[in-house]
Write a protein that binds this ligand. Structure first.
Ligand code: ADP
Ligand code: MG
Length: 626
């Protein structure tokens, strides 16, 4: 094209396209999901803009927020069109090629080490999946602020952009034309596309249409059939009518009326493929587990076959009304704790009365619950204000509070439904035995291993919910036999007369088991919690008590194990020794030297004062592990 301007892809993008176009990946279908998802995003954007400025929608067909799919079998073109926000020339350059997105090189690296192409959407480069099935792609786009442009590339390292003076005007939006590779001809089959759209667009909140062929019966004048019907039947695949009008004259010999017959004819019309009742508007009782799982995959842009660990779907009523669905992902992302203090983003989508507003609202969940995925649809928030103003809205605080409660309830339930939980607790075992659900077995342990740190950090940060969070904490103890146990279970096993909850901190259970601090406690049959995660030291600075029981670090001053009748006598008789010892070591080295009843075999130990750092904390501070 004479007016085309040529551009080179940024190197990373070019590499990505090479990988895709040469890929032997078998699930090429995913390109359609990515295109529909982009179309839906673009429609969300224009709908959002129209909240504050009705004019942006224009008039006539432009106001129809929908997606259309069309096939051209002869030219082998599949096109997907939306009436979304569209792209200006600058957008086309920026979004489709020149500037690599942050995810591009990460995705290229993943693909070179055998990563799964299915995850392409998570890396923000889903568009390029079109080259799984096409060798040449045109993107025609019209944005309100610019003329209509065509972007085109055959993935050879370059692309071209030209002002569009030859295609039909789009009004507004984007049409992606895929010139399909020979081996991708299955995507010219209507039935295949219908099947895929149904599969991938279940949760798209805009109508999707396909330009579908339909066989209809029409009455046409009968053919002259003096010879029996051995001629070809009329075929019409292109929708144009074929009429036989050449033999009317000779026909009226046997009958007065002209004969008619029924023939099949192909016509085309837009066929709607999805129904757009949003899943969160439906009653939780109606939605199946499979639907929740699929919805989770759509939200997470993760189309593996792992189920979310848990979810909660509810309708909050009262001053602030909203509907929400929250999911616990099957796995913690690798960066979850690396970015904990600085960079984790919300995974919640915010809607106001069905209209998508943003997925960057960090005010909806506290840091320690940012691992949850889901959405909130509020009826109370105003629609016609900017994102910035929404961010300040009072209702957000209420929403946040309720989301936290519901999230913690969901986790408590996950624990309660796990038959492996509380195995040491005899009563529970007997009661639960009858309704054991093996699907839930081990689920809470799995949750704890992936996200337990978040719960601990929550205890540090969220004083209001500290107790609810403490209920969710798991640990091993001197008596838990390698299994995880909870504070409630610990308390249920406390010896009569035991006032405090005992714990000890260190680097590993193996190391702690040998600690002289445990000698006497073990001998007297007291249970002691092992805290071996660096974050546990912080946790215990905030978790002072649980159900009226104080926590006592057994390596610190203040451990009481009941009275020893001879204590006073013994203290008296060793007075000289302790005095001499203290003076010899000097006040630089020790605060005090005391007679203790905490040891059984070992003659002496170094103990930290009540308010000082434990030895483990000293070690952590020195290595700065957190
Ligand atoms: P992502 O959707 O994660 O941003 P993609 O590679 O799928 O990544 O798309 C890249 C960008 O191209 C999008 O962010 C968007 O700005 C633009 N884009 C793609 N398709 C469309 C479309 N149909 N309408 C408007 N913009 C689009
Ligand atoms: Mg996309």
């Amino acid at each position: 094209r004479s007016n085309a301007e040529k551009f080179e892809f940024q190197a990373e993008v070019s590499r990505l396209m090479d990988i895709i176009i040469n890929s032997l990946y078998s699930s090429k279908d995913i390109f359609l999901r990515e295109l529909i998802s982009n179309a839906s995003d673009a429609l969300d954007k224009i709908r959002f803009l129209s909240l504050t400025d009705k004019e942006v929608l224009g008039d006539g067909d432009n106001t129809k927020l929908e997606i259309q799919i069309k096939l051209d079998k002869e030219k082998k073109i599949l096109s997907i069109r939306d009436r979304g926000v569209g792209m200006t020339k600058e957008d086309l350059i920026k979004n489709l090629g020149t500037i690599a997105k942050s995810g591009t090189s990460a995705f290229v690296d993943k693909m070179q080490t055998g990563g799964d192409l299915n995850l392409i959407g998570q890396f923000g480069v889903g568009f390029y999946s079109v080259y799984l099935v096409s060798d040449y792609v045109e993107v025609i786009s019209k944005h309100n602020d610019d003329k209509q442009y065509v972007w085109e590339s055959n993935a050879d390292g370059a692309y071209a952009i030209s002002e569009d003076t030859y295609n039909e005007p789009l009004g507004r939006g984007t049409e992606i034309r895929l010139h399909l590779k020979d081996e991708a001809s299955e995507y010219l089959e209507e039935s295949k596309l219908k099947e895929l759209v149904k599969k991938y667009s279940e949760f798209i909140n805009f109508p999707i249409y396909i330009w579908a062929s339909k066989e209809v019966d029409v009455q046409a004048p009968a053919e002259d059939n003096d010879a029996s019907d051995d001629e070809e039947t009329p075929e019409s695949t292109d929708g144009e009518e074929k009429e036989d009008d050449d033999d009317d004259e000779e026909k009226d010999e046997d009958e007065e009326k002209p004969k008619t017959e029924t023939i099949k004819e192909t016509t085309y019309e837009w066929e709607r493929l999805n129904d757009v009742k949003a899943i969160w508007l439906r009653s939780p009782k109606e939605v199946t587990e499979k639907e929740y799982t699929k919805f989770y995959h759509t939200l997470a842009k993760d189309f593996g076959d792992e189920k979310p660990m848990a979810w909660t779907h509810f309708n909050a009523e009262g001053d602030v009304e909203f509907k929400a669905i929250l999911f616990v992902p099957p796995k913690a992302p690798a960066e979850l704790y690396e970015n904990y203090h600085t960079g984790n983003k919300s995974n919640l989508k915010l809607y106001v009365r069905r209209v998508f507003i943003s997925d960057e609202f960090d005010e909806l969940l506290p840091k320690h619950l940012l691992f949850l995925l889901g959405l909130v649809d509020s009826d109370t928030l105003p629609l016609n204000v900017s994102r910035e103003m929404l961010q300040q809205h009072d209702s957000l605080k209420t929403i946040k509070k309720k989301l936290i409660r519901k999230a913690l309830d969901m986790l408590r339930k996950l624990a309660e439904e796990d038959p492996d939980e509380g195995l040491d607790d005899k009563d529970k075992k007997e009661v639960e035995q009858s309704k054991v659900n093996d699907e839930k077995r081990g689920q809470y342990t799995k949750f704890w291993n992936e996200f337990g740190k978040s719960i601990k950090l929550g205890i540090v940060e969220d004083s209001e919910n500290r107790n609810r969070l403490a209920k969710l904490v798991r640990f091993e103890t001197t008596k838990s036999d390698g299994k995880l146990t909870s504070l409630d279970q610990y308390i249920s096993r406390m010896k009569s007369g035991q006032k405090d909850i005992f714990y000890i901190t260190g680097t590993s259970k193996e190391q702690l088991e040998k600690s002289p601090f445990l000698e006497r406690l073990n001998k007297k049959n007291y249970e002691v919690i092992f805290y071996t995660d660096p974050v546990d030291e912080y946790l215990m600075q905030y978790l002072m008590d649980y159900k009226d029981k104080k926590f006592q670090n057994v390596s610190k001053e203040g451990l009481k194990l009941g009275k020893d009748s001879k204590e006073k006598e013994i203290k008296e008789s060793f007075k000289e020794l302790t005095k001499w010892w203290k003076e010899t070591l000097g006040s630089e080295t020790v605060d005090d030297v005391k007679i203790s009843n905490r040891l059984a075999g070992t003659p002496c130990v170094v103990v930290t004062s009540k308010y000082g750092w434990s030895a483990n904390m000293e070690r952590i501070m020195q290595s700065q592990t957190l």
